[in-house]
Design a protein around this ligand. Structure first.
Ligand SMILES: *Cc1c(COP(=O)(O)O)cnc(C)c1O
Length: 383
């Protein structure tokens, strides 16, 4: 039986063109970019090329891009680095964030509260998982050091009104970070259009390699390093640059920007058909997240009374790879924090399913999935 991958929000395969671009930097051009000799120079040129590529897509200057080891590290550097630096300058020690963030943001904010004396305000989202600018407007004050709100949600696909939230922050002179790790595969990431001060990326969500990310930091934004050591990345992130992976990130982001509309045009009709058919064929099923303001490859549901983990196992046995929200949540018998933030009762929240499409998804695969799903949901309800 063929395996059908419907979990592109968890990770994507590396694009063959990206892999091709990376390969020389494992062998021929293996130098350390910090070295003076020509091996070093060649590696440094590759890293700076990648930085310029990322900067061109973000619409910023190359010096405003910091390379990191993953999306999670970018989120950590943004929250820890900016919150600590702002507090040092102004004494402000509140962090505002939403109840529906990825753990890379929510656990970091919680850690800053527990161990560093910050106060975190967890802002409520609406029934679609959206954080409205009014919620930020109400909570923001002169004690606020930083606001962090994700661009698009990994579990439910909902897109937040980032530009409007950024406007609120700037009217109050407060820094604004967005986790764009999930969004970057399909949404424009021009930092001036969005109005953000800090923006996180992770390559493996847009057909780049795992274990590499970037953080945009607007010029003049106070930021303390989290990883100290050598002077790489302008002294803001120590550690010898992962040259082939940075090259991969740059190429993956370049291709994503160039092919954004074509990629969305491929997945959107398949996704719309999938959502319509699931809601029609399965009783007591609901779409989670926003019906329109959502990533074009993203479908997510709850099935009342179903065991979400059992459903994933049944689907896997039948050849379908899906997720019940955040990959990190698998095995946890509680509804995810995002399901709870949506206000879903437990008997709905435990039966969540995320189906995310990508470049290799075909109409036939979606049909096969739609054929298999109803009886598997019934089985997952009887457990
Ligand atoms: C995947 C993801 C992350 C974490 O990125 P890694 O590169 O896997 O560390 C953070 N935020 C969101 C929204 C994500 O989807």
């Amino acid at each position: 039986m063929d395996k059908i991958y419907l979990d592109y929000a968890a990770t994507t395969p590396v694009d063959s063109r990206v892999l091709e671009a990376m390969l020389p930097y494992f062998s021929d051009s293996f130098g350390n970019p910090s070295s003076v000799h020509r091996y070093g120079q060649r590696a440094e040129a590759a890293v700076e090329d990648a930085r310029e590529t990322v900067a061109a897509v973000l619409g910023c200057r190359p010096e405003e891009v910091i390379f990191t080891s993953c999306g999670s590290e970018s989120d950590n550097l943004a929250l820890r680095g900016a919150a600590l630096a702002v507090r040092q300058q102004t004494g402000a020690n509140w962090i505002l964030t939403s109840r529906a963030e990825h753990p890379a943001v929510s656990k970091t904010a919680a850690d800053l509260e527990k161990h560093y004396g910050f106060h975190v305000e967890w802002l409520e989202v609406d029934e679609f998982g959206r954080l409205l600018p009014e919620a930020v407007e109400k909570a923001i004050c002169k004690e606020t050091a930083l606001v962090s709100v994700m661009y698009a949600n990994n579990e439910i696909g909902t897109i937040n009104p980032i530009r409007e939230i950024a406007e609120v922050c700037h009217r109050h002179g407060v820094l604004f970070h967005t986790d764009a790790v999930q969004a970057a595969a399909y949404l424009p990431v021009n930092v001036d259009d969005l109005g953000v001060d800090l923006l996180s990326l992770g390559a493996h969500k847009f057909y780049g390699p795992k274990g590499v990310g970037a953080l945009y930091v607007r010029k003049g934004t106070p930021l303390l390093p989290v990883l100290t050591g050598g002077g790489q990345e302008g002294g803001r992130r120590a550690g010898t640059s992962n040259v082939p992976y940075l090259v991969g990130l740059g190429e993956a982001l370049r291709l994503t920007a160039a092919e954004r509309e074509a990629r969305a045009a491929h997945v959107r009709p398949l996704r719309d058909h999938l959502i319509g058919a699931v809601l029609e064929s399965i009783p007591e099923a609901r779409l989670t997240g926003h019906p329109a303001e959502r990533l074009p490859n993203h479908a997510s549901f709850v099935f009342r009374g179903a065991d979400g983990n059992a459903l994933l196992q049944l689907l896997d046995a039948a050849g379908f790879a899906c997720s019940s929200g955040s990959a990190c949540k698998t095995g946890n018998p509680e509804p995810s924090e995002v399901m709870t933030a949506l206000g879903l009762p437990r008997e709905w929240g435990l039966g969540s399913l995320r189906v995310t499409l990508g470049a290799q998804t075909t109409a036939q695969e979606v049909e096969q999935f739609l054929q298999a799903l109803p009886s598997l949901v019934e089985k997952a309800r009887r457990r």
